[in-house]
Design a protein around this ligand. Structure first.
Ligand code: 5GP
Length: 144
């Protein structure tokens, strides 16, 4: 998928938003939903998506959605830090398949990093559902 194209309402994140697919939810407000990545690149890898959006990528997004979305990303990133005390955090986002994007509903990755712990491969290796639920609860408890 290139940068240009039509939003597909059958994408996995749209299904999560409609409640058609399960997710280990961390945080939700009027603008964003945060949940655990099922193929985490590190412990606590969390995704933040806009709820009312048909943007496939960041370039597509309506400017008025960007502000509340980024506030949500910061709020969740702070909670990830407070819950898991990583040494660092990657906050990233891919636009178009050649850039690494695999799900075409705009999303931000929050990936905690620890000294000496290698980053896992992108979108590979499914996590245990119970473990993700527990991590989601730990992070949710630190949302402020
Ligand atoms: P992208 O590659 O588009 O930047 O990121 C998509 C992310 O969604 C990947 O990190 C991948 O592991 C994650 N992902 C793919 N399918 C699912 C799913 O069904 N549930 C959740 N929670 N994450 C998913």
């Amino acid at each position: 998928m290139s940068l240009d194209g039509t939003y597909d309402a059958g994408n996995i994140f749209a299904k999560i938003l409609r409640g058609e697919m399960p997710a280990a939810k961390v945080y939700e407000d009027d603008h964003v939903l945060a949940f655990m990545d099922v193929f985490p690149q590190s412990k606590g890898h969390t995704l933040v998506i806009p709820k009312h959006s048909t943007a496939r990528n960041f370039l597509d997004e309506a400017p008025e959605v960007v502000g509340p979305l980024m506030l949500g990303v910061q709020r969740v990133a702070r909670a990830v830090r407070a819950a898991l005390t990583p040494d660092g955090l990657v906050i990233t986002q891919f636009n178009g398949a050649p850039a690494g994007q695999t799900v075409f509903h705009l999303h931000f990755h929050i990936i905690p990093r620890w000294e000496g712990v290698a980053l896992g491969r992108h979108a590979e290796g499914m996590a245990d559902a119970a473990e993700l639920k527990e991590l989601a609860a730990q992070i949710a408890a630190k949302i402020s």
